[in-house]
Design a binder for this molecule. Sequence first.
Ligand SMILES: CC(C)(COP(=O)(O)OP(=O)(O)OC[C@H]1O[C@@H](n2cnc3c(N)ncnc32)[C@H](O)[C@@H]1OP(=O)(O)O)[C@@H](O)C(=O)NCCC(=O)NCCS
Length: 158
Amino acid sequence: MIDSHLHDRLGRRVTLRPVDDDNWRAVADVAPRDDQRAWVPALAARYLLLTDRTDVWTSLAVYADETVVGHVMWGVDDDGSRWIGGMLVDAAEQDHGVGRAAVATLAQWLAGEGGGNPVRLSYHPDNAVAARLYTSLGFAPTGATEDDEIVVELVTLA
Ligand SMILES: CC(C)(COP(=O)(O)OP(=O)(O)OC[C@H]1O[C@@H](n2cnc3c(N)ncnc32)[C@H](O)[C@@H]1OP(=O)(O)O)[C@@H](O)C(=O)NCCC(=O)NCCS
């Protein structure tokens, strides 16, 4: 379990846990709002298949107390940089502070275990909520883009 002792605005403890035999169905069912499907798949199941089919990514279940409320994944690029991807909070659980706590928790963990390698992620420029969230957590643009997305890097953990 990855636990930075952060809570959402409902007072629930937000933790990141391995996807296992007990929780994978709940993680697979995590779904965005319909209007967010331009940026993310219709279900987190797609991310689980991706992490299962490649060696690059590792999926994690996002928990609020003992309830699965989201998905996030991490990976290591050829240059050693750590990447965060697949950040998805279930539509019914959004805007309660889960996303902020989950990204902060994973970024802090990756910065700690990464031996000084940068922590990066990317988002679509039209995704205003994601842009504001990542900027406020201390990510800044590297100047690079990837698949039409803006690449940002953790500068200071806010
Ligand atoms: C982006 C996402 C992960 C954020 O998760 P979340 O739990 O809703 O976010 P939080 O509640 O922690 O809020 C983060 C910030 O976004 C703002 N926010 C969240 N939902 C919002 C909404 N519907 N409209 C406006 N602002 C919103 C919050 O006000 C908050 O800002 P603050 O901390 O300065 O107050 C979530 O919206 C999501 O899953 N979106 C669809 C998938 C996606 O876009 N993933 C990112 C791909 S890079």
